[in-house]
Design a protein around this ligand. Structure first.
Ligand code: NAD
Ligand code: A1AUG
Length: 515
């Protein structure tokens, strides 16, 4: 009998045996850097002339791998192959589909530190962040496998005299999966295997900064025995093959996670009906955030500041869930600024592979320049308390930065920076703090530190965010525990890791027979 779902435990790196295992995994991965990887269509490995070269953001001269880059003819072949594979994959019983996921989870568990080591080197995640990414990928395999088994059971309908009535969930067909680089294993795994276990076949276009860890995922799904053509691995440029895939008439749905601009572009392309297209495409698009934590006057300020720091600077602020606005109520403002200044200055910025690094690099040159540009804007819009420096001579390092006295409508308080930059805003009252928190186009995560019951209840009702957290950090949603997805321009609220997720990739059929 299948065990009930339980979240994968995180690794305790304060233990020396675990440190040793992680160091060994890093050495093993380092001995494999610079290799070439194919794209995979219908189980066939295809090497192309053109490559996507992936670099270590902690040391940008180090090549992680060279991955074959698809062009439009290969994209066409991938879609046709997925359409062909759908004819047999949809006939595979849901329980059997789920077993591929359980097997893949078991393989990931065995390769846990190695997978995390790839992300330390390719994405610049520190050990704990990489470990959490691997654990979440395992969780998503285990969770969606069980959810599919659950959805395959007879669904409740009201009994009607003289008739048998049933409702069953059927897959759509071919989907395109477009994940981001910032959770290069967890989000890639979840957005792919959710639709797949629901009976769809997919073309997976990984993010160009992290194609090697994406290839490791493909390797694991193949080792788990997934039939050829169910997942087709197609690295390539978003502009060149992304648009082509989204517009393709055989594609039934797009499962995208990434920035607001690309998400809205995909949404508008997918809304146009291509010649020969026989359905309305479904777009699931999870996008950016400009998340706020409110620190109320009545609360433990030390705990609050610690939670804000973890939320703002974990993975260098490169999480859609990251806290990028801190709103402090009334007299708490000065003591919060003092604590922030002292503690943020103590964070260790450096290469992700060094044990003890708090803040690793940002992902690439373009991100580095964009974030440094926002820091420049911040110098005009606020008062720099800590940080503000960057160094891209070896890797893309930006020191954790705090701006105080920022106006709620300032650019650094409205636009997603996606880096280690926090804007601190003062509010006179708790009501004003809630109004400021809601005053952005995003609505992904939010947080409140308060001991005031009436304030917490007000925030429950009025703080408009898909994932709201009280007296804890606003990052690190756990699969099954805090289904993840936002409001407004943060996306379609698909709730990854939640019980509704798989239904987004299925259509319900009601069958009625009168006897
Ligand atoms: N809401 C969430 O759950 C969530 C989770 C993680 C990241 N994000 C957001 O993702 C962003 C960071 O990720 P990113 O930099 O990879 O985002 P991005 O939008 O630049 O890229 C996301 C993916 O889209 C692809 N792409 C780019 N142009 C495309 C096109 N024209 N057609 C099809 N695909 C295209 C990219 O290659 C990549 O695979 C941030 O805004 C962050 O908030 C959101
Ligand atoms: N689900 C992750 C964020 C994913 C976006 O980057 C969290 O809850 O921190």
């Amino acid at each position: 009998m299948l065990m009930p779902f339980a979240n994968e435990p995180l690794t305790d790196f304060t233990r020396e045996d675990n440190q040793k295992k992680m160091k060994e995994a890093l050495e093993k991965v380092k001995s494999r850097l610079g290799r070439e990887y194919p794209l995979i269509i219908g189980g066939e490995q295809i090497y192309t002339e053109e490559k996507i070269v992936s670099y270590n953001p902690s040391c940008h001269s180090e090549v992680i791998g060279r991955v074959s880059r698809a062009h439009q003819a290969l994209a066409q072949r991938a879609v046709e192959t997925a359409a062909e594979a759908f004819l047999s994959w949809r006939q595979v019983p849901p329980e059997a589909r789920a077993r591929y996921l359980f097997k893949a989870a078991a393989i990931m568990r065995k390769r846990k530190h190695e997978l995390s080591a790839w992300m330390v080197l390719e994405a610049g995640k520190n050990w704990a962040e990489a470990d959490a990414d691997t654990a979440e990928a395992i969780d998503l395999l285990e969770f969606y496998g069980r959810e599919m088994i659950h959805l395959a059971q007879p669904q409740p309908v009201t009994p009607y005299p003289g008739e048998e009535n049933t409702l069953e969930y059927l897959p759509f067909g071919v989907g395109v999966i477009i994940p981001p680089w910032n959770f290069p294993l967890a989000i890639l795994t979840g957005t792919t295997v959710g639709p797949v276990v629901a009976g769809n076949t997919v073309v997976l276009k990984p993010a160009s900064n992290t194609p090697v860890i994406a290839y490791m995922f493909m390797e694991i799904m193949q080792e788990a025995g997934l039939p050829p053509g169910v997942i087709n691995f197609l690295p390539g440029s978003g502009g060149e093959i992304g648009d082509f895939l989204v517009e393709h008439p055989l594609v039934h749905f797009i499962n995208f996670t990434g920035s607001r601009d690309v998400g809205l572009h995909i949404n508008s392309l997918a809304a146009r009906i291509a010649p020969g297209q026989k359905w309305i495409k479904r777009v699931v698009a999870e996008m950016g955030g400009k998340n706020a934590i409110i620190i109320d006057e009545e609360c433990n300020l030390d705990e609050a500041v610690a939670g804000v720091i973890t939320s703002a600077y974990g993975f260098s602020g490169q999480k859609c869930s990251a806290c990028s606005r801190l709103i402090v109520v009334g007299d708490a403002y000065r003591p919060v600024l003092d604590r922030l200044t002292e503690r943020v200055a103590q964070l260790k910025t450096g290469p992700a592979e060094e044990y003890g690094t708090d803040v690793g690099p940002v992902i690439d040159d373009a991100s580095y320049n964009k974030i440094m540009g926002y820091i420049q804007i911040g110098r005009e819009e606020g008062r720099l308390l800590v940080g503000g420096q960057g160094d891209n001579s070896r890797g893309y390092f930006i020191w954790p930065t705090v701006f105080a006295d920022v106006a709620p409508r300032a650019r650094i308080a409205q636009e997603e920076i996606f880096g280690p930059v926090l804007a601190v805003i003062q509010a006179k009252t708790f009501d004003e703090a809630i109004a400021i928190a809601n005053d952005t186009e995003y609505g992904l995560t939010g947080g409140v530190y308060s001991r005031n019951r009436a304030h917490l209840e007000k925030a429950r009702r009025e703080f408009h965010a898909g994932n709201l957290y009280f007296n804890r950090k606003c990052t690190g949603a756990l699969v099954g525990v805090q289904p993840f997805g936002g409001f407004k321009m943060s996306g379609t609220n698909s709730k990854a890791g939640g019980r509704e997720y798989l239904k987004l990739f299925m259509q319900a059929k009601s069958i009625s027979e009168r006897f």
